[in-house]
Design a protein around this ligand. Structure first.
Ligand SMILES: *[C@@H]1O[C@H](CO)[C@@H](O)[C@H](O)[C@H]1NC(C)=O
Ligand SMILES: *[C@@H]1O[C@H](CO)[C@@H](O)[C@H](O)[C@H]1NC(C)=O
Length: 392
């Protein structure tokens, strides 16, 4: 939404689009091709959920313990691969012996199928609630079945943590299927997020939902085909780019992104999300609650037996957790994290990056410092946890 409208206007006002063709052949690769290109054994598996959605898992096949990686909002499994084997976590986990599985949320570029012949409107009628209560359980059960294991490890980034909290609180029986979870930039309460026009979006949310529904706008942040097809690189020089990243993710210092891969990153995000998912996050901002979707009085009563949508009870999350949080993150805001943390019962490690580091939201996946601050610590934690669980 922001991408198409305001930003575009700004772009023309402040800067010409300075586009040249990218030389990086990774620009056009999908997850399967990324895995194959760098010499790992790729696998693609399509899992059917209870409600007939077809969700795609990519795998870097390994003999070791399984780990599932879950991407952020409007992103995809590509986010764990685009920086290549020296800087992306999926390959590094594979190198360390893990059997690596990459989730794709319903509605993103890899997970658009369904078996129910849903109409367009019916298909897009989901939020992060369904990802947590239907996609993730189906994927986890699939992985456990294929690998004949009892538990997996989990790594989630941003929305990938939200859906984890949803799953473990709504379907607490899944807690025992996860050995350890590393949660990067956790998002549950969104009371203090900073996003362009968020206060207006919050205030007019109900009106906007009706409006978008009326115009049949059910999908947002769709993958940018123009950029993909032309392999366009607008990025190393353009302040249009800086501005877009700044507004969307609060990246003040552009140098903190993995700049040599910026065209590859940019050709892979966004990857699609439902309008309703965004509405659900904005509802959290508006109501200052981490709660189920608000359908209005009558449907709430029917669905939840209460007028107000119930809160997600995160005290039901019993999986041992390692949290990574940054003071400079505007989407996983530190004051929101401080509401979440006391309610979680099994935090084993907590890492907080101070403001001096200026570590912003997308740097958790796309920053030049990912190895030092995210990937190597994550590897160390998961290896330790696997070792501990073998010993007990
Ligand atoms: C791409 O390749 C061409 C020719 O090999 C070269 O002149 C150009 O500088 C390269 N561009 C970038 C951005 O590396
Ligand atoms: C912020 O974190 C960095 C890296 O951990 C550390 O070197 C620095 O001293 C910290 N600064 C403050 C003001 O705490």
């Amino acid at each position: 939404m922001i991408r198409c409208g305001v930003i575009f206007l700004f772009a023309f006002l402040i800067n010409e689009l300075n586009c040249i063709s990218s030389n990086d052949s990774d620009v056009d690769l999908d997850s399967y091709q990324f895995i194959a290109k760098y010499g790992y054994q790729p696998e693609k598996r399509v899992v059917e959920t209870e409600d007939g959605y077809l969700v795609t898992l990519f795998r870097l096949v390994g003999k070791g313990p399984p780990v599932l990686l879950a991407h952020g909002l409007a992103d995809s499994s590509d986010s764990w691969l685009v920086l290549g084997p020296t800087m992306s976590l999926a390959y590094q986990l594979s190198d360390a012996g893990f059997d690596v599985w990459l989730y794709n949320s319903r509605g993103n570029r890899y997970s658009k199928g369904n078996t129910k012949r849903y109409t367009n409107k019916e298909y897009w009628d989901f939020t992060y609630e369904e990802m947590g209560t239907r996609d993730l359980p189906a994927c986890i059960d699939h992985i456990l079945k294929v690998t004949s294991r009892e538990k997996i490890s989990y790594v989630g980034f941003s929305q990938g943590t939200t859906i984890f909290f949803v799953m473990c609180s709504v379907k607490p029986e899944y807690n025992k299927k996860i050995n350890h979870a590393v949660l990067l930039a956790p998002v549950a309460w969104t009371n203090s997020i900073e996003y362009p026009f968020i206060s207006y979006l919050g205030r007019y949310l109900k009106f906007l939902i009706v409006l978008f529904d009326h115009f049949g706008i059910h999908e947002m942040f769709t993958e940018n085909m123009r950029r993909k097809q032309q392999g366009i690189e607008c990025y190393k020089t353009s302040s249009y780019c800086d501005l877009e990243y700044y507004l969307n993710f609060g990246v003040a210092n552009f140098e903190n992104l993995a700049l040599d891969k910026i065209d590859v990153i940019d050709s892979h995000i966004p990857a699609g999300a439902s309008t309703k998912t965004l509405a659900h996050f904005i509802q959290g901002y508006r109501n200052k609650q981490f709660q189920r979707f608000d359908y209005g009085l009558r449907k709430n009563l029917l669905l939840y037996s209460s007028i107000q949508p119930p809160d997600y009870d995160v005290s039901k999350v019993t999986v041992p957790l390692s949290l990574f949080v940054s003071e400079s993150d505007r989407l996983s805001d530190i004051s929101d994290v401080k509401i979440l943390v006391p309610k979680l019962r099994n935090i084993k490690r907590y890492f907080e990056f101070n403001r001096t580091l200026d570590f912003t939201h997308i740097e958790f996946a796309y920053g030049r410092r990912v190895n030092e601050y995210i990937n190597y610590p994550t590897l160390k934690i998961l290896l330790e946890e696997i070792k501990n669980s073998d010993e007990t």
